[in-house]
Write a protein that binds this ligand. Structure first.
Ligand code: ADP
Ligand code: MG
Length: 275
């Protein structure tokens, strides 16, 4: 479904040169829920912007369903970290959710149906007539998720969407994402700097190194499909997986794999010349 090949992004301008992403190669299959975890500043947002056609890669390419992405592809939706800036304050919740649907050739009644359905999925039917600024942070982020769902995407990219909400809300929203993924069969790429969140949510976790970024490791999350905040997070396997991811990220900061035992699983090596 999603194919990232040799992606490199260098920002250049005003005499500065930042190699944000060095060489990323990975795929996401149709219907998969993959988490990408990496330290702040490692190029996660840069990667998602390249994948969504908002930024042009310096080299390499992104394919969606076999076709190169050159601009925002139809069938792809995003949820950004900064929900405060992603909703229009002068529009009611239902109008915010409906806005992207206006690009699609749909009847008014079909649009209304999709909006109502999406708001119901995120538990916000009662807030349809409210303005975003009348809602809590967690509710605003639900609106952003509803807007992405109403669009009926095949692929959903989420960039640290819960970084700014409180812990309880965050847990609820995580369960919402897993539930929606199970019900709707959407392909989801979820970016986070939170190791526990990546392991809890993902069917697979891609661990990124610090900038300039490469894929440090790909890890299959062999936890049961049915997960819940109470039991999954205290399961011994959960602890093993999160410890493993933590060690890999620490090693990535130092520029080499955590131990040689794991090196055979590595999809990409540490950056050449790293200490
Ligand atoms: P993350 O989302 O993982 O925190 P980003 O993709 O936002 O990381 O940033 C990766 C690196 O690229 C950082 O060093 C950041 O300062 C740099 N960067 C991001 N956007 C720009 C830009 N528009 N111009 C120059 N450098 C940028
Ligand atoms: Mg970011």
């Amino acid at each position: 479904m999603l194919d990232v090949r040799g992606l490199k992004k260098v920002y250049e301008g005003s005499g500065r040169r930042v190699e944000a992403v060095r060489d990323l190669t990975f795929t996401v299959d149709a219907g998969e829920l993959v988490c990408l975890v990496g330290p702040s500043g490692c190029g996660k947002t840069t990667l998602l912007k390249c994948m969504s056609g908002l930024l042009t890669p310096t080299s390499g390419e992104v394919l969606l369903g076999g076709r190169p992405v050159t601009g925002p592809p139809p069938g792809m939706a995003f949820v950004f970290q900064e929900y405060g800036r992603s909703l229009f304050p002068w529009m009611r919740v239902r109008d915010n959710v409906e806005l992207p649907l206006k690009q699609k050739k749909l009847t008014t009644s079909r649009r209304r149906e999709l909006v109502a359905d999406a708001l119901e999925s995120v538990g916000l039917s009662d807030a349809a007539g409210a303005y975003p600024w009348q809602l809590s942070g967690g509710m605003q982020q639900r609106v952003a998720i509803a807007r992405a769902l109403a669009y009926e995407p095949d692929v959903l990219l989420m960039d640290e969407p819960f970084a700014a909400v409180d812990a309880q809300t965050r847990a609820d929203l995580e369960d919402l994402v897993r539930g929606l993924w199970q019900q709707r069969g959407i392909t989801i790429l979820f970016v986070t700097h939170d190791i526990d969140e990546a392991v809890y949510l993902g069917e697979r976790v891609l661990i990124l190194s610090a900038s300039p970024t490469v894929v440090q490791e790909q890890l299959k999350v062999d936890l049961p499909t049915e997960r819940d905040q109470l039991h999954t997070r205290v399961a011994p396997r959960f602890a093993e997986l999160r410890t493993h991811v933590y060690e890999q990220i620490q090693a990535a900061k130092r520029g080499r794999p955590a131990d040689l035992e794991d090196a055979k699983d590595m999809k990409a090596d540490a950056p050449p010349g790293a200490p």
